[in-house]
Design a protein around this ligand. Structure first.
Ligand code: PGA
Length: 258
C-alpha cells in the first residue's frame, strides 16, 4: 500500500453551538491544535449561519477548513430554505457533508444524495458522502445496503472528479453512542475494504485512493485503534468536535499515526 500522506479529521457540529462567539472560541481552539500538526487536514462543519463568523479565521496557512452540513442540488431559484453550493463556496466553505444519516432519517433518498453530490462538485465543493447501514443482520445483507448507497451517490460522477470526493462510513447504530459502543477496528477494516472494492468495481483501480472516513461515537479514547485501520483515511466526529480538548487530542493522534 502507498505511503500515507495526510489524514482528514472532520468535525460535524450539528445544531451547535448557540452563538457566534462560542463558535469562534471553539474554532480558534481547534485551529490551534491543527497548527501544531503537519499531516492532518481539519474540517469544521458549523451550522450555516455561523459560517460568516468563522470565514475570516480560515486564512490560507492553517490546514483548517470550513465545511457545510448539507447543500442543495440546484444552483439558485425558488427553493425556500435551501442553500446553493456556489453560495457556500463563495462564503469560504471547501467541503460539504452530504446524506448524513440524520438527514436521510428525515427523508433524503439516495437519488437526492446523488444530485447534491454532483451539484457540490460542480461548485467546487468537496462532498463528504455519508453512507452506512441502519443495523447489522446475521446474513450480511447490510453490505448490499452500503454498496447501493455508494453506487447511487456516485451515479454520473466523472472519474476526473473523484479526487474531490470523500466517503464517510457511518453505521447508524454506532452514532451518538458511548465510545465503547463505537465500531471495533476489525469490523471497520472489513467495511472499509468492502467500500474500496465497490469503488474499484464502479471505476477502476485508481478509485481505491478515494478517502474513506469513519464516523460514529469517535472520541480521543478510541481514535488510535480506529486509525490503525490502514484503509481508513480519517474520521468524522460529532459530539467530540465541540470539545476543544478532546478534538485537539484526536487531531494530535491522527498526526502521529503510522
Ligand atoms: P457522534 O456523531 O460522533 O456524536 O456519534 C457522528 C456523526 O453523526 O457524524
Amino acid at each position: 500500500m502507498a505511503k500515507r500522506t495526510r489524514t482528514l479529521i472532520v468535525g460535524n457540529w450539528k445544531m451547535n453551538p448557540q452563538s457566534a462567539d462560542e463558535a469562534k472560541t471553539i474554532f480558534l481552539g481547534i485551529r490551534k491544535a491543527s497548527e501544531k500538526v503537519k499531516r492532518v487536514d481539519t474540517v469544521v462543519c458549523p451550522p450555516f449561519v455561523l459560517i460568516p463568523a468563522l470565514e475570516k479565521l480560515v486564512a490560507g496557512r492553517f490546514a483548517t477548513y470550513l465545511g457545510a452540513q448539507d447543500c442543495f442540488y440546484e444552483a439558485s431559484g425558488s427553493f425556500t430554505g435551501n442553500i446553493s453550493p456556489a453560495l457556500l463556496k463563495r462564503s469560504g466553505v471547501s467541503y460539504a457533508i452530504i446524506g448524513h444519516s440524520e438527514r436521510r432519517a428525515l427523508g433524503e433518498s439516495d437519488e437526492v444524495v446523488n444530485r447534491k453530490t454532483i451539484a457540490a462538485l460542480t461548485a467546487q465543493l468537496k462532498p463528504i458522502i455519508c453512507v452506512g447501514e441502519r443495523e447489522r443482520d446475521a446474513d450480511g445483507k447490510f453490505y448490499a445496503e452500503v454498496e447501493g448507497q455508494v453506487a447511487t451517490a456516485l451515479k454520473g460522477v466523472r472519474k476526473a472528479d473523484l479526487k474531490n470526493v470523500i466517503i464517510a462510513y457511518e453505521p447508524v447504530w454506532a452514532i451518538g453512542k458511548k465510545e465503547s459502543e463505537a465500531m471495533t477496528p476489525a469490523q471497520l477494516q472489513e467495511m472499509a475494504i468492502f467500500i474500496k472494492k465497490t469503488l474499484v468495481e464502479l471505476y477502476d483501480a485508481s478509485a481505491a485512493t478515494l478517502p474513506v472516513l469513519y464516523g460514529g461515537s469517535v472520541t480521543s479514547a478510541n481514535t488510535q485503534g480506529l486509525l490503525e485501520v490502514r484503509e481508513v483515511e480519517g474520521l468524522l466526529v460529532g459530539r467530540a468536535s465541540l470539545d476543544v480538548k478532546d478534538f485537539g487530542l484526536i487531531i494530535g493522534l491522527a498526526d502521529k499515526r503510522a
